[in-house]
Design a protein around this ligand. Sequence first.
Ligand code: BV8
Ligand code: ZN
Length: 265
Amino acid sequence: MMDSSIGLRSNLTELLTSIAKERIYSSRKVVILTGAGISAESGIPTFRDKDGIWTKFSPEELANFDAFYKNTKIVSEWYKKRRDIIEKKHPNPGHFALKEMEQLFPSFHIITQNIDGLHQKAGSEKVIELHGNIMRNYCINCKKEYTTDEFDEIYNHTDTHIPMCDCDGLIRPDVVWFGEQLPQDALETAFQLAEEADLFLTIGTSAYVRPASDIPIVALQNGAYVIEVNPAKTGLTNFTHLNLLGKSGEILPKLLEEIKLNLNH
Ligand code: BV8
Ligand code: ZN
C-alpha cells in the first residue's frame, strides 16, 4: 500500500514519489488530522513521548470525570498548570505552514485532537477541535461558561483550589476526558470530511486514542491519498501511502514550498 517510507535526508522534491506529487498537486479537498506532536516544537510536551505528560500521570488518574470529582483539587491544579504553560506558547513553523496551505486549496480543513488552540493562534480558520480547548471552562451543574481570567479569579481566591460556580457547581475545563463522548457535531463533521478527502495528512499523532484514530482509516477506505508526518512510526504508518519521517515544524514548510511551486489548479 505504501509508496515509500522516507526520511528527510535530502530535500523534499526527491523524496516525494511521482504518485505522491500527482495526488498532492491535483488535490482539491485536503483534510489534516493533528495531534500533540505538531505542538512539540512550540514547547508543549506531548502525551506519550518519553518526556510526555502521561509519563508523570496516567490518563486514568487525571483526565477523566471520576478523577476530577474525587480529586478536584489535584485535577484542577494539573489543568491550571498545563494552561499556564500553554498560554505562553506560540505556534511554530508547522502551524504557520498549514495556515498558508489553507489558502491554496478549494477545500482545506484541520481536525485537531489538541486542546492548545495553536492552530487558531497561527491564523487557521477551519479548525475542528475534537477534544475541546483548555482555555475554556464551564460549570458541570448550570453549564455557565468561564473564561480563563474568570476561572483564575475564582481559583486564586479559594485556598482549596476547588473552583466553584455561583450556583455551587464545580467548574471544569472544556476538554473531552477519557470515557466522555466527543462533541457530536465535531466528530460527525470530521468523519464526513475524511470520507470526501482527496488528500489526508495525519501529523504528530500516535494514532492511539479513539475515535480520533479511526478518522484516517475512513479517509483511506474512501480513496484519499494518506500521508503521515511523524519522526517515529505509529500504528498507522504501514497503512499510509507515504510516511515523511521527521518533525512537522521542518517538513511542513518544505511541503508548502513544493505545493506553491507545483499546484496545478
Ligand atoms: C470516547 C483531552 C466513548 C484531555 C484527551 C473505541 C471507541 C471509542 C473509545 C474507545 C475505544 N477504545 C478505547 C476507547 C477509550 C478511549 C481511548 O481511546 N483510550 C486509549 C488510551 C486507548 N477513548 C475515549 O475515552 C474517548 N471517549 O470515545 O468515549 C463513549 C461512547 C459513548 C458514550 C460515552 C463514551 C475520549 C478520548 C479523548 C481523551 N482526551 N485529551 C487532556 O488533554 O487532558 S486524549 C489525549 O490523547 C490528547 O487529546 C491527545 O491529543 C490524544 C492523542 O494523543 P496524541 O495527540 O497522538 O499525542 P501522543 O503523545 O500520543 O503522540 C504524539 C505523537 O507526536 C507521537 O507519535 C510522536 O512521535 C509525534 N511527535 C513528537 N514530536 C513531533 C511529532 N510529530 C511531528 N513533529 C514533531 N516535532
Ligand atoms: Zn453553575
